[in-house]
Design a protein around this ligand. Structure first.
Ligand code: NAP
Length: 313
């Protein structure tokens, strides 16, 4: 088996925490280059721009883009134009239209394009989807509350236009909800709290309904200190036993039904993403799903803005 010769673009937190160890552990990949303006990696060819890498004699089959969303389309387009397969970190772009452009470009060139949603590979998510498949949903409650100072230190891009603010983690909840809920859902109202010195929200409350009218309430909070919560709670009707509650906690890593823990396991989200990418490349296929980003775009379209106190890190 010839490994996929991979270049990693952007050597920040997620590249170091997840991509590098997972690539090193997967024999289907060989890390042949890194692209970073500020950092390099022992023993791996280093370039400060993707254009320099593509003009070099380092042979690359695929690139994995670990930058913030704002520069992602330009990088992905450059890579596809050079005939490389592309893995996109979440969110797949700063706008829906640019992801559509990438989808078309990849299809025209018969290249693999993958929009990654790592939270969908959390341990309890697949079982939650199966469990919910034939259930009647009564209501859904999403609480995604974390301390931005702990999880995103120094990430100025998150507060800029296109950086998504609290939707940067919140989109992970939406990626799970769009994967596990049996019916489509859509936004009816939203409030976005935007610090007076920022372009993106620090807190958000979202109200959706699903296609049968079941309410879905999501609260995203970047100012949570103390216990953090990444929880989705789904109340379903059960004719025999009355209502039941499915809960995914810890970002989808633990699955509970009526407070009984049914599944938990080690974190293998990025191993799952790279496994899927290797299979897509081998099968000459793409996986482009923008549904979580579409919900975020809807929130920015429909949401009521409230000015919040300045955010000082
Ligand atoms: P980060 O720590 O700020 O790293 C991003 C890296 O991208 C920077 O180190 C920088 O690397 C590079 N970069 C290229 N163009 C840039 C630009 N215009 N502005 C800022 N940086 C630029 O961010 P991160 O946490 O790794 O997040 C990157 C992406 O991964 C985001 O889309 C995020 O949603 C996603 N993600 C993050 C996490 C997490 O836990 N942090 C989890 C899952 C997904 P160089 O200096 O090397 O060029």
């Amino acid at each position: 088996m010839t490994p996929i010769r991979l270049a990693l673009v952007g050597l920040g937190k997620i590249a170091r925490d997840q991509h590098l160890p997972v690539i090193a552990a997967d024999p289907r990949f060989e890390l042949v280059a890194v692209v970073s303006r500020n950092a390099d990696l022992d023993g791996v060819a280093h370039f400060t721009t993707l254009a320099e890498l593509l003009a070099s004699d380092v042979a690359v089959d695929a690139v994995s883009l670990c930058t913030p969303p704002q520069p992602r389309h330009a990088l992905a387009h450059l890579a596809l134009a050079a005939g490389k397969h592309v893995m996109l970190e979440k969110p797949p772009g700063a706008t829906l239209s640019e992801v559509e452009d990438l989808r078309l470009t990849a299809a025209e060139r018969a290249l693999t394009l993958q929009t990654t949603w790592h939270s969908r590979y959390a341990h309890g998510v697949a079982s939650a989807r199966e469990w919910l498949a034939d259930k009647t949903i009564k209501s859904v409650r999403i609480d995604w509350r974390e301390d931005v100072r702990v999880w995103h230190p120094g990430q100025a891009w998150i507060w800029e236009a296109g950086g998504l603010g609290v939707f940067d983690p919140g989109i992970n909840a939406l990626s799970i909800a769009t994967a596990i809920l049996p019916r489509p859902f859509f936004l009816t109202a939203a409030t976005l709290h935007v610090p007076e010195n920022c372009q993106s929200p620090i807190q958000a409350e979202l109200d959706f309904v699903d296609a049968a009218g079941a309410p879905i309430r999501a609260e995203f909070d970047f100012l949570q200190t103390g216990p953090q919560s990444w929880d989705i709670r789904v109340e379903v009707e059960d004719e025999d036993t009355g209502n039941k509650v499915l809960k995914l906690s810890h970002g989808g890593a633990k699955l509970w039904v009526d407070d009984v823990l049914l599944r938990e396991g080690p974190d293998a989200e990025y191993a799952g993403l790279y496994d899927a990418f290797a299979r897509l490349v081998a099968g000459k296929a793409s996986d482009v799903d923008v549904s979580p980003l579409r919900h975020v775009a809807d929130a920015f379209l429909l949401g009521r803005r409230v000015v919040a106190p300045a955010f000082i890190e």
